[in-house]
Structures are given as C-alpha cells and as structure tokens.
Design a protein around this ligand. Structure first.
Ligand code: 13P
Length: 305
C-alpha cells in the first residue's frame, strides 16, 4: 500500500515540478519519499536554492513559512494545515515589540521556530546548528534579546559567555525528556554516547555527552567510532540514524519525545497535498521582506561543525 502511495506521489511530483523537503523528525515513510531531508538550517538553504515550482514541506508551519519567505516565486504546500509549533506560538510580534521597547538598542536574535511576524521584528534568525556562531558574530558591547526558546538561549549563552535577555518559551516535546530518562538510559546502556538537542532542559544537557542539532547528530553518529547512542530529541530522527548506520545501535532517551505536530504528516496527506495543491502557505509581502532580512543573515552563517 505504502509503495503504491509512494509511486503515485513520485508521478504527481514530476507532473507538478515539485520538490519534497522533510525534516528529520518526520515519520520514516515520509522521510523516505522526500527529495531532501535535513535539519532546520539545511532545509532553509535547500528551500532557497531549489528551482522547482512547488515545495511540499513535510514539517511544521514555521518551516513552510520560512520556505515561502525565502522563495517568494514558488508555491509552498504544508500537507496538514494544523501542523503548528507550540514553541513558535509562545511569543507574538506584539510581545516582542514590547520587549524591544524595554531594551532599546538591543539586537534581536530569534530562533527559526517562530512566526513570520516575529522574524520580521528580529535582526537575526538562527537555528540550533548556527545559533552559537550567530551570537558570537555580534559586537561584544550590544545587548542581545533571544527568543523564544529559553533552553537553546541558555545553551548559547553558556557557549559564548554572552549574557542574553531570554524569553521563557520551550518545546513541549523536548521538555518531556527528564533527567531520570537519561540516568535510566545510561544504566541500561553504559557504553552508549548520549546526544541531546539544545532544546532539552539544562539538567538533561548537563548529563549528556554531546549537545547537537539534528543535522549535527546525524553527522556525529556517522563519524563516531562508538557503536551505541542514546538519542535525547524527537524520536523520528532514529529512523535515519539507523538507516545510515547499520552496524550501530540507537536508543530513544524517552519514548514520550514524539512531536504530535510533526507526526500529523502522512504519505496520504503528502499525496492529497499534491493532488489538490493545498495547503498553500503565504506570507504578506510587508512581513516577508522584513523577515527575509533576518533569514538571509542566518543562511549566511554556517555552523562550525
Ligand atoms: P534542528 O533540526 O535544527 O535541530 O531543530 C529541531 C527542531 O526542534 C525543529 O522544531
């Protein structure tokens, strides 16, 4: 059944001159039919570069919005219109404007997990793979506002030695991974390396060996001599980790770390989105051009590893 679906998707994709981009947290079968899978930064770069007419974005709304901001001439489709991001919804443009008024002259860095309106109010956008480099590139004497993820912000602050004004947002899926989960996983697999995403809480990160974005986790696992890994992020990435590393073992730090929004996308919905050309994601031009400035600065700064 799923191979028939995949075949139909491939046919329609060619007819529409479409490209399918999928985030590393997508269900395995969706990652498998994608033309390109990656982390938030790699997907943004790819969305900006593609010469397809249509981008089917298998991820959540802010990712499709990012593609629409970077590729205004293209049709960007999100296969499920309700695939949102609770973290992105934790700050509005109005709240950010209020914060900027309290700290006039501060540089605003927003995590890519944010709405187009919040990006439009920001100076720089970043992802978990280049946030450290972006903050490091800022002059030492400026105040920095970092929104909306407090845990990524805390990690960047620690790595760069820069004090930042943090917004108290967080990812509900990463917050589900607890210290006990890491301790129990380590007890069960004492010789495993623990890889944690910077969206995890600080106590979880303190207990981990490597703090990495999803793209960095894939690279690290490929290059490492280790044979066992505990993965403290959304469990969808384990599909590709296993596929790319047949001789290695990967264990989810917590089976609760499943993003309900990422899992809204299914093969059926990808097919329907190509058949009906829905759900089109657009950004008003005035917001788009301002948000693009912040994104252009992000895409220009590549991560060190
Ligand atoms: P990265 O893919 O950039 O590591 O980000 C993960 C994430 O939380 C997306 O919502």
């Amino acid at each position: 059944m799923s191979s028939q679906l995949a075949e139909k998707i491939r046919e329609l994709k060619a007819e529409r001159n479409a490209v399918i981009l999928a985030h590393n947290y997508q269900p395995g079968e969706v990652q498998d039919i994608a033309d390109f899978t990656g982390d938030s930064l790699a997907l943004s770069v790819r969305a900006a570069q593609t010469d397809a007419d249509v981008i089917v974005f298998c991820g959540v709304r802010f990712m499709a919005e990012t593609a629409a901001i970077l590729s205004p001439g293209k049709i960007v489709l999100l296969p499920d219109k309700n695939a949102g991001c609770p973290l992105a919804d934790m700050i509005t443009a109005g709240q950010l404007k209020d914060l900027k008024q309290k700290h006039t002259g501060a540089v605003v860095v927003c995590y890519v997990n944010s709405s187009a309106e919040v990006k439009a109010e920001s100076d720089y956008c970043c992802t978990s793979s280049n946030a450290v480099e972006i903050v490091e590139s800022l002059p030492r004497d400026v105040e920095i506002i970092f929104v909306p993820d407090q845990h990524l912000g805390q990690f960047v602050s620690e790595r760069t030695g820069r004090k930042m004004i943090l917004w108290p947002g967080y990812c509900i899926t990463h917050a589900a991974i607890t210290e006990d989960d890491i301790k129990n996983a380590r007890a069960a697999h004492p010789d495993a390396i623990v890889m944690a995403h910077p969206e995890c809480t600080e106590p979880v990160k303190v207990l981990s060996d490597q703090i990495l974005s999803t793209g960095q986790m894939l690279k690290f696992a490929r290059q490492s001599e280790a044979k066992k890994f505990i993965v403290a992020t959304e469990t969808g990435i384990i599909h590709t980790l296993k596929k790319e590393n047949p001789g290695k073992e990967f264990f989810a730090a917590s089976s609760r770390a499943v993003c309900p929004n990422m899992k809204r996308i299914t093969l059926e919905k990808v097919l329907w989105s190509l058949e009906d050309m829905h759900y089109k994601i657009t950004v008003p031009e005035e917001i788009r051009t301002r948000a693009k400035n912040a994104l252009d600065r992000m895409v220009a700064v590549l991560p060190a590893k």
